[in-house]
Design a protein around this ligand. Structure first.
Ligand code: ZN
Length: 219
């Protein structure tokens, strides 16, 4: 098995609604929001971990391919015909002949335009770019709102630069079927949502300016 090359997909991920990708508990400040988003430890700017985008693509493709098992775990069949295992890795399976996981999804940082909005709001107006949203749970008997929880979201309109690398091996031929599979994964993310609270309207995203090795393509 020999590595024959790389295919690089780049583009812009645009938030069409607010996006909530949860930060870790140790980022929670006293007096802060209940549900913070993940931010760069130095700049404080929001970013999209590659694992979030990759995980969403994978789980949607598993549903589409009928690869969801009873335990609800990721596919680990390791079969030659399984593009999930080939592209995303065979879950908990160390005895397969598929070779290395083909896909690599880089962390996506704010693109230049959005970075300018972010820093000008913060420096010139002293307001945060990150929106705070409060959700209530309605008491079914009294109809009153209880337990308001505040969550942070990247506001609609924010844009991130994405980069996805596919490593190809000699057994993959020209790799077109694997590239098409990744494109389908991106379409699946557009059809659903990214991050948390998708069923309540968060995380609608769309992809723009898509390029494969620098050449434009449409999703
Ligand atoms: Zn599989």
């Amino acid at each position: 098995m020999k590595l024959t090359g790389y295919k690089v997909i780049t583009g812009t991920l645009k938030c069409d609604s607010g996006l909530h990708i949860g930060g870790s508990a140790d980022q929670i400040e006293i007096g802060g929001v209940d549900l913070p988003i993940i931010k760069h430890p130095v700049t404080g700017e929001p970013f999209i971990p590659g694992s979030s985008l990759k995980g969403k693509m994978r789980s949607q493709l598993e549903k589409k391919e009928g690869r969801v098992n009873e335990k609800g775990e990721p596919c680990g069949c390791g079969q030659e015909s399984c593009k999930i295992c080939k592209v995303f890795g065979a879950h908990k399976n160390t005895r397969h002949n598929l070779g290395a996981t083909r896909i690599l999804v880089r962390d996506a940082s704010l693109n230049e335009n959005t970075k300018k909005d972010y820093s000008s709001l913060l420096k010139e107006k002293g307001t945060s770019y990150i929106e705070k949203k409060t959700e209530n749970i309605i008491n079914r008997k009294t109809g009153t709102a209880e337990h308001p929880r505040s969550q942070e979201r990247v506001p609609a309109g924010a844009e991130f630069d994405i980069e996805i690398v596919l490593q190809l091996y000699d057994m993959d031929g020209n790799g077109n079927d694997l590239i098409d599979f990744v494109k389908e994964g991106l379409r699946q993310v557009q059809h659903t949502y990214l991050g948390g609270f998708g069923s309540r309207g968060s995380g609608k995203v769309s992809f723009h300016n898509m390029k494969l090795d620098g050449i434009d393509f449409q999703l």
